[in-house]
Design a protein around this ligand. Structure first.
Ligand SMILES: Cc1cc2nc3c(=O)[nH]c(=O)nc-3n(C[C@H](O)[C@H](O)[C@H](O)COP(=O)(O)OP(=O)(O)OC[C@H]3O[C@@H](n4cnc5c(N)ncnc54)[C@H](O)[C@@H]3O)c2cc1C
Length: 411
């Protein structure tokens, strides 16, 4: 390993998810010699097309739209595959009108609350833009080992190559090998829930509305609008129930939907027909204790799921990760000329700026998940009463929407 020929770069980004791809492109656009490393970078994401929508569907917040526009990606997306969300309807577990929270783009004074689209749509366009970015090199490989020194870090790859960089960006996901290697610990909570995702065509128009039902046993069912009278389902439930749901046929799914909040799904969306292969994802909450490291001489920053993972009930995990990217790009682009890319002052600036947003979103999603999982009568009354109360307060709704929209600035 030690005899490997060592190349150099300004920054190395480890990870080929959306946060890694967006960060690597943004760093290269700043004029920094950037190398991105992930096992699957030799293949471009396929262009999404046809009536079959991809399995991974996300809600993209306005802060994500702003970052993608800054990277010259937003206008290049196929907008016929993006569905703006103008309304959100959230129902308590009694399914009564009083236990309902309605968030509206009109009330919030914004054209839309979010967009729903495929992961592949973003990845495909990021891949296309990266091909033409001459400051960005992509290497399809796996990181084996990282050694931090006074000037940066050396990354040893499985194919035997090694790269030295002033700064390393760890976008290597929830189990981040870099995070462990540099000794950053996490607080971790397994939710004992899995999210079952699937796409459906519906017979009634979804009216550009995202629906979410909190059910009595702690299950949460979201139906997110997609173009062409389709919806994307995210059903958070026990791992056992998730395994059962994956085996259902079309008729059995209809039965399941009839059981949700007295048939509310069918009343809103009509008959649903399966349009994808359902898949399940285990759910957990993770927060890295530090977003930079190692402690003695930080040369690494954590972004995306490497830094934080949350319950998908608010559809915010990726949006939060892309705000990490936006803040990092901002700090590096405005750095004083005498500071190196891994100057501890810059990295601490990054960490400080990301702590508040991360803590607030992790706290809210965690508390909502727990409040709606509690089976005692006081909790049930509190949450149903709370939804109705929030619904009557324009002020609280406005704050909730501001948090969901996210805020980033490019100067
Ligand atoms: C059911 C569900 C629904 C969700 N819905 C939403 C939503 O609507 N909106 C939203 O904002 N978020 C949502 N999320 C969250 C979102 O999926 C994640 O936050 C996001 O995908 C994380 O992206 P990432 O790039 O940080 O990590 P990942 O996508 O996990 O990427 C990690 C990358 O690191 C690479 N890697 C790992 N180890 C190494 C190594 N040793 N060497 C090199 N490369 C390595 C991997 O190959 C991969 O390319 C949802 C999550 C779930 C489970």
């Amino acid at each position: 390993m030690q005899s490997a020929k060592i190349r150099s770069a300004d920054v190395v980004v480890i990870g080929g998810g959306i946060t890694g791809k967006a960060c690597a492109l943004g760093l290269a656009q700043l004029g920094l010699n950037t190398i991105e490393i992930a096992p699957d970078l030799s293949q471009m994401a396929p262009a999404p097309q046809g009536s079959q929508w991809g399995q991974r569907i996300y809600a993209f917040s306005p802060s994500t739209q702003k970052l993608l526009a800054h990277l010259q990606i937003w206008d290049a997306l196929d907008h016929s595959r993006l569905q703006p969300v103008r309304d959100m309807q959230i129902y308590g577990d009694r399914g009564e009108r009083n236990d309902q929270l309605h968030l509206s783009a009109f009330e919030a004074g914004t054209p839309q609350l979010a967009w729903i689209g495929e992961s592949n749509l973003i990845e495909y366009t990021l891949d296309q833009a990266s091909r033409f970015q001459n400051k960005l090199e992509r290497i399809s490989d796996v990181l084996d080992k990282i050694e931090v020194d006074a000037n940066g870090a050396t990354l040893y790859l499985q194919n035997g190559n090694a790269i030295h960089a002033q700064l390393v960006v760890a976008a290597d996901g929830a189990n981040s090998p870099i995070r462990s290697a540099i000794g950053i610990t996490v607080s971790l909570e397994n939710y004992s829930q899995s999210a079952v995702v699937a796409n459906w065509t519906c017979t009634y128009p979804h009216l550009e509305t995202a629906f979410q039902w909190f059910l009595p046993g702690g299950d949460i069912v979201a139906m997110l609008p997609l173009p062409n009278k389709q919806v994307s389902m995210v059903w958070s439930t026990s791992p056992e129930h998730a395994a059962d749901l994956l085996k259902l046929d079309q008729a059995q799914w209809q039965e399941q939907f009839r059981l949700i909040a007295n048939g509310a799904v069918e009343k809103q969306l009509g008959e649903l027909n399966l349009n994808s292969t359902p898949a399940a994802f285990p759910l957990k909450k993770v927060r890295a204790k530090r977003f930079i490291g190692p402690e003695s001489a930080p040369k690494v920053v954590l972004i995306g799921d490497a830094a934080h993972v949350m319950h998908p009930l608010a559809g915010q995990g990726l949006n939060l990760g892309l705000r990490d990217v936006a803040v990092l790009l901002n700090i590096l682009s405005k750095r004083e000329s005498f500071r190196s890319l891994s100057d501890v002052v810059l990295l601490r600036r990054y960490e400080r700026q990301r702590q508040g947003d991360t803590s607030a979103l992790l706290w809210v999603t965690d508390k909502l998940k727990k409040l709606f999982s509690a089976s005692g009568n006081p909790e049930r009354q509190l949450r149903n009463w709370g939804l109705g109360l929030v619904n009557k307060s324009h002020f609280i709704k406005q704050r909730l929407i501001e948090r969901a929209l996210g805020d980033i600035d490019f100067e």
